[in-house]
Ligand binder design. Structure first.
Ligand code: SAM
Length: 262
């Protein structure tokens, strides 16, 4: 797949900014939803004294959950303007704007001061950054000494089928995914010590099943003349089944890792 870094970032932000994503996925755009986000906050031992940055914060659901559950302050950063605007509205509606801020920015160069946060959270997004190395290096910069990282991401073993190794595969978190060891190595290679590491592939399978059913239903209800469009209910079903098989075979998965800055 050939696309430059700015194109990948913009495509990803625009794709997730489509209101259809919220319609299909709801507010949490990662496997495991609020259950896994809360678990991440617990593993990070967040407290009201902590300031957290949620990197690639989407609609801000995790930021709200962490602020509500642990009393911490959260700064959400996302590349998508639509995501930031929607996250701000939802957060105002929940009366949480005193604890949470959102701003548009690039995960590879966060709009935050050096050593200004106690924890970095990044869910289902690292695999969509053209340079995960740049992003992890920036976590080191913004974290205070002893700061913690909570990462969850899609994992992949082996090559992707040709029809998934494209821009859609990148935006869909498949092309840029690395192995569980690759995720650990990335953190350890940048001066973090891993504190927990969990395989959460079952959460990915549940999400794929849920998204697959919603997509097929939506495509089935489209007007008849849309049936000639490239993506039909049948092709969506085939795609979701092939992703499901990859998860069953262990070639695709999801992991949650916490680490501390040493
Ligand atoms: C799969 S969604 C995950 C959103 C959120 N973390 C969640 O779990 O609900 C990926 C998000 O990453 C954002 N994103 C992609 N590339 C980015 C970048 N370079 N900097 C900041 N955000 C980025 C997209 O705009 C999108 O909102």
């Amino acid at each position: 797949m050939k696309a430059d870094s700015d194109t990948l970032k913009s495509c990803c932000a625009i794709a997730y900014g489509n209101p259809l994503v919220e319609l299909i996925l709801g507010e949490y755009w990662h496997p495991g939803g609020p259950v896994l986000s809360k678990r991440l906050g617990q593993s990070l031992e967040l407290t009201p004294r902590d300031t957290v940055v949620d990197v690639a914060s989407g609609l801000g659901a995790t930021a709200r959950l962490l602020a509500q559950t642990f009393g911490c302050r959260v700064a959400g950063v996302d590349y998508g303007e639509a995501q930031i605007a929607r996250a701000q509205t939802l957060t105002e509606n929940h009366g949480l704007s005193d604890l949470i801020t959102f701003r548009r920015g690039d995960a590879e160069s966060l709009p935050l001061e050096d050593r200004s946060v106690d924890a970095v959270v990044c869910e289902c997004s690292l695999c969509t950054f053209p340079s995960a190395e740049n992003a992890v290096r920036d976590w080191l910069r913004v974290l205070r000494p002893g700061g913690r990282v909570g990462l969850s991401d899609v994992t992949r073993r082996g090559a992707l089928p040709q029809d998934l190794n494209n821009l859609a595969g990148w935006v869909g978190c498949l092309s840029g995914a690395r192995s569980i060891d690759g995720c650990r190595d990335l953190l350890e290679g940048h001066g973090f010590r891993i504190t927990t590491c969990e395989d959460r592939s079952g959460d990915l399978k549940n999400l794929v099943n849920r998204v697959g059913s919603a997509l097929v239903a939506w495509l089935s209800f489209r007007a008849a003349d849309a049936a000639v469009a490239a993506w039909t209910a049948d092709s969506a079903r085939d795609l979701m089944e092939s992703i499901g098989r990859m998860i069953d075979q262990g070639d695709l998965g999801y992991c949650q890792i916490t680490a501390v800055r040493v």
